[in-house]
Ligand binder design. Structure first.
Ligand code: AMP
Length: 569
């Protein structure tokens, strides 16, 4: 008898999970399934994607749900359309032998009237994004006042994407007697706030330590100057000819720029970020899943919900602020028992930040060098030769008509010529390229890339921030969204934004402040740091005004250019 059977799950559910090849429960399932089946309290679970958390909440709910009742009994909220579809697909496969159970996914970017029509089927389970669920509630199309289970999946992500107001509105519509199950990869202040205000007597569980590092991931880092980062990345890709990877960036702009660079150089790469339309995102993800794309350049948020299990590499093109995000990113590789490599490409002035990540996550990292032309050519040759000599080569049925007389040529010469044909373009490209020399340890913590005073000031400020943050975190941790304001302004909860206009668009502090004031209703919003760079800007505003600003500014344009505002990651 396996553990699933011991939990007392019904035959129909056992059969369905057996079809999926689930022999034994995962760690989180062991902690969650018996608890949900035997107790009535809420659940607060610290768990990341890939732990089996969908089955952890779905199986007990499917066991307990009443298939004869025709109202919504369970509502699952999750941050993205992709995750919504994934959960919906999983629930459909767990309930495939439960003929009375119906579920429906509702999310933005698709016709709302079609989804409202779906409600006519009387699903007992609705899986939705907070925005779309809210819309449906406002229209009176969806009733959730009878639900028994409310599941908040990836709660931290929903909150950091600015869905706090929507979540609270939804929570208020649900009955007090509901059972709330909250899953989150990180326990941010905002998540704690939701748990405190809307949950009762919750059992807290954690599926493995949050910082648990998977044993089969090798962590590497390489220090490289800003201006050499793109070529460094290119060399890393070249030195790994069989690569299937995600390159993580922090902003949409950076993501697009890196993807454009790689595509122009002829790499099988594309971008995935929030500025793309839903159809564009779907196409990119499909191509990546089918491996028609080898490298996906993505923001953290956009890469969520992408269920790909066999990545060979995760590359951190930019470091995240939060060490847990670093671990989360790295955990996208080394799945399903395979080995994986995580490579952080670090600017010299990011060493402080990287050391903090290293310390907090307790990962073992080895330093690597940007591959030289010899290393790249050797790696490519090894890859090709192992393909060439692969014993599975089944050429019997493959007939060639023009096989020439090969007696005048040695095997070695033939091999060399085949390699030459294949490697010629790489060889020619690197022939006159200077290798990227490692940066001396003394030069780290500074970046002598550019002599411009403004740039240096920007970098110093970054470094100061890193140090400040480091000290604060050591003291007991004021986290990211607290103001980093050093000019004596009021301290409070600030949201940091990334804005697509900068000095080149004639933006200055006065225009930024003016823009914020014009687009926040009521009392003046507190403004924190404003950091105007050449092509974009970071600024901080009181978090209470975040939603308003996002809604309004994204509809505006400045000197003919559409404004794009997003929460900085
Ligand atoms: P999740 O964390 O829910 O996204 O699940 C990650 C992956 O693990 C999915 O592909 C699931 O189908 C798979 N999975 C979940 N539970 C089990 C299990 N008990 N045994 C094997 N695979 C599982």
């Amino acid at each position: 008898m396996n553990l699933f059977e011991q939990y007392g799950l019904s035959e129909d559910i056992l059969k369905a999970i057996k079809d999926l090849g689930y022999d034994q429960p995962t760690e989180i399932q062991k902690q969650t399934i018996p608890y949900l089946l035997s107790k009535e309290e809420d659940l607060l679970a610290l768990a990341q994607t890939g732990t089996g958390k969908t089955a952890a909440f779905s199986l007990p709910i499917l066991e307990m749900i009443d298939g004869h009742q025709k109202q919504v009994q369970a509502l699952v909220l999750c941050p993205t359309r992709e995750l919504c579809l994934q959960i919906s697909k999983d629930i459909a496969s767990y309930s495939k032998y439960l003929s009375n159970i119906r579920s429906l996914a509702v999310y933005g970017g698709s016709s709302i009237s079609e989804q409202i029509r779906g409600l006519k089927n009387k699903p007992q389970i609705v899986i939705g994004t907070p925005g779309r669920v809210n819309d449906m509630l406002k229209r009176g199309a969806l009733q959730i006042n009878q639900i028994q289970w409310l599941i908040l999946d990836e709660a931290d992500e929903m909150l950091s994407m600015g869905f706090k107001t929507e979540l609270e509105t939804i929570l208020k519509e649900t009955p007090k007697e509901r059972r709330t199950l909250l899953f989150s990869a990180t326990m941010s202040k905002q998540v704690e706030g939701i748990a405190k205000n809307y949950m009762k007597g919750a059992q807290k569980i954690s599926a493995g330590k949050i910082n648990e590092v998977k044993k089969n991931i090798t962590h590497k880092f390489v220090v490289v100057r800003d201006r050499q980062k793109n070529n460094g990345l290119r060399r890393i890709l070249d030195a790994n000819p069989d690569i299937y990877s995600i390159v993580f960036c922090r902003t949409r702009l950076e993501t697009q720029n890196i993807a454009d660079f790689l595509m122009h150089q002829g790499y099988s790469a594309d971008a995935l970020h929030g500025d793309l339309s839903q159809a564009q995102r779907d196409t990119v993800m499909k191509k990546f899943r089918l491996r028609n794309l080898k490298t996906l350049v993505a923001t953290d948020v956009a890469a969520r919900g992408l269920d790909v299990n066999d990545l060979t590499h995760v590359i951190h093109y930019s470091l995240p602020d939060d060490p847990e995000v670093f671990i989360h990113r790295s955990g996208r590789t080394g799945r399903a028992g395979k080995d994986g490599e995580s490579i952080a490409v670090i600017r010299p002035n990011e060493m402080v930040k990287f050391n903090r990540i290293k310390k907090e996550t307790a990962i073992n990292v080895e330093e690597m060098k940007i591959p030289t032309k010899e290393v790249i050519l050797q790696a490519k040759e090894l890859y090709l030769s192992s393909k060439l000599l692969n014993s599975d080569f089944d050429t019997e049925e493959f007939e060639l008509t023009g096989t020439p007389d090969l007696s005048s040529i040695s095997k070695e010469e033939l091999y060399k010529r085949v390699m030459f044909l294949e490697l010629k373009s790489t060889w020619e490209f690197y022939k006159n390229e200077k290798d990227i020399a490692p940066i001396d340890k003394n030069e780290r913590f500074s970046d002598r890339d550019s002599s411009s005073q403004g740039n240096r000031r920007e970098r110093d400020r970054d470094r100061d921030r890193d140090r400040d943050r480091n000290r604060r975190d050591k003291k007991g941790g004021v986290k990211e969204n607290k103001s980093r304001n050093k000019r004596g302004k009021k301290q409070g909860n600030f949201t940091r934004f990334f804005f697509n206009l900068g000095k080149k668009d004639n933006l200055n502090k006065v225009t930024v402040i003016d823009l914020i004031n014009k687009n926040t209703k009521g009392a003046r919003a507190d403004i924190g740091d404003i950091d105007i760079r050449d092509k974009f800007t970071f600024f901080e505003v009181d978090s209470n005004y975040a939603d308003q600003l996002l809604k309004k500014i994204n509809q505006l344009s400045f000197n003919g250019k559409s404004m794009s505002l997003e929460i900085a990651q």
